[in-house]
Design a protein around this ligand. Structure first.
Ligand SMILES: [Mn+2]
Length: 317
């Protein structure tokens, strides 16, 4: 399938690479990494990355591009780290000329517009892209290596969740040999401040527990305003509630200023992805997310009951 995607890239003078809603390190890293790979191996192409990216890394990796509507219409659109067109942050993707996709999320069968690579066993899309560089003997810049390393690092929660350690370490080694600087990336990831500290304190003292073992935190927009953090920032704090003995699922609901809600589900055993899909989201078996139209406590109760059921089913296994 890589040949088909690479042929499409060769055929198009202009390429726009898209990332998902609420971009993370893997999404941003894949966008930057793939852009660098195309530019290094097929000089003369116009390649753009669109979306909001991961601002804390703009100084050490790079900024996103401004892309005109006209360019979008005349370009090949490549989706990275997301299921389909609807999942992309820049919805102008629907006007693009042709499509391709590289992803590691559970395949929902909703991408039908072009060739795709989906490897659900890969821990990150950056992992897959690094594998393609190695297998196909492609050139890789230092900037590209740093971006891909960021994605491997963040999607594996710093090498905690890895399905094939030798392979992922091999790929990380390759990236280091091509200029990736783990120290520099770790430093940005580890940065904190007093605002985050206060938010962490709030999450750790306000979570709720369900009957079967779901830990949850709801952060409405007033609370987030008081804490002075965004709903996206709040959603990253979900990790604080993870792996607590007796609670195999943990989740968070953070309300945006416009009333929509970002829901995140994590687990160390039970399957959370079907619950995310049932409310219009998706993701991985043990790490999924969804966007809810509003902060509806009845809906949250229903979701938590479904998660409780997922724990019951898992315990029966
Ligand atoms: Mn990913």
């Amino acid at each position: 399938m890589f040949e088909q995607i690479w042929d499409l890239i060769k055929k198009n003078d202009s390429i726009v690479i898209y990332g998902h809603i609420n971009p993370d390190g893997d999404c941003y890293g894949s966008q930057v990494g793939l852009k660098e790979i195309i530019l290094a191996n097929l000089p003369g192409k116009q390649v753009y990355i669109t979306g909001s990216g991961l601002p804390p890394f703009f100084d050490v990796i790079c900024k996103m591009d401004e892309v005109s509507d006209e360019t979008i219409k005349n370009s090949l659109a490549i989706i990275v780290d997301g299921n389909d067109l609807a999942r992309m942050e820049d919805s102008r993707i629907f006007t693009a000329k042709e499509f391709a996709k590289i992803d590691h999320h559970i395949d929902t069968g909703t991408f039908k517009e072009g060739p795709f690579i989906v490897d659900v066993d890969a821990n990150s899309t950056c992992d897959i892209i690094t594998g393609l560089v190695i297998e196909n003997n492609l050139k890789l810049t230092k900037l590209g290596a740093n971006a891909l390393y960021l994605g491997i690092l963040t999607d594996s929660a710093r090498f905690q969740f890895v399905s094939n350690f030798p392979q992922t370490f091999e790929r990380a080694k390759f990236l280091c040999e091509h200029g990736a600087n783990p120290n520099k990336i770790n430093r940005v990831l580890s940065k904190s401040d007093e605002i985050s500290l206060a938010a962490k304190g709030y999450v750790m003292s306000h979570y709720k527990k369900s009957k079967e073992g779901v830990i949850s935190i709801v952060l409405d927009r007033h609370t987030l305003k008081e804490l002075n953090i965004s709903a996206n920032h709040a959603s990253n704090l979900i990790n604080l509630l993870g792996n607590i003995e007796g609670y195999p699922i943990w989740c968070s609901f953070a309300e945006y200023a416009d009333g929509r809600v970002r829901a995140e589900f994590r687990s160390n055993g039970p399957l959370v992805q079907p619950v995310a899909v049932s409310v219009g989201g998706g993701g991985h078996a043990h790490a999924s997310g969804a966007q809810l139209p509003s902060l509806d406590y009845n809906q949250i109760d229903v979701i938590i009951r479904k998660l409780d059921q997922a724990i019951i089913n898992w315990r029966k296994q």
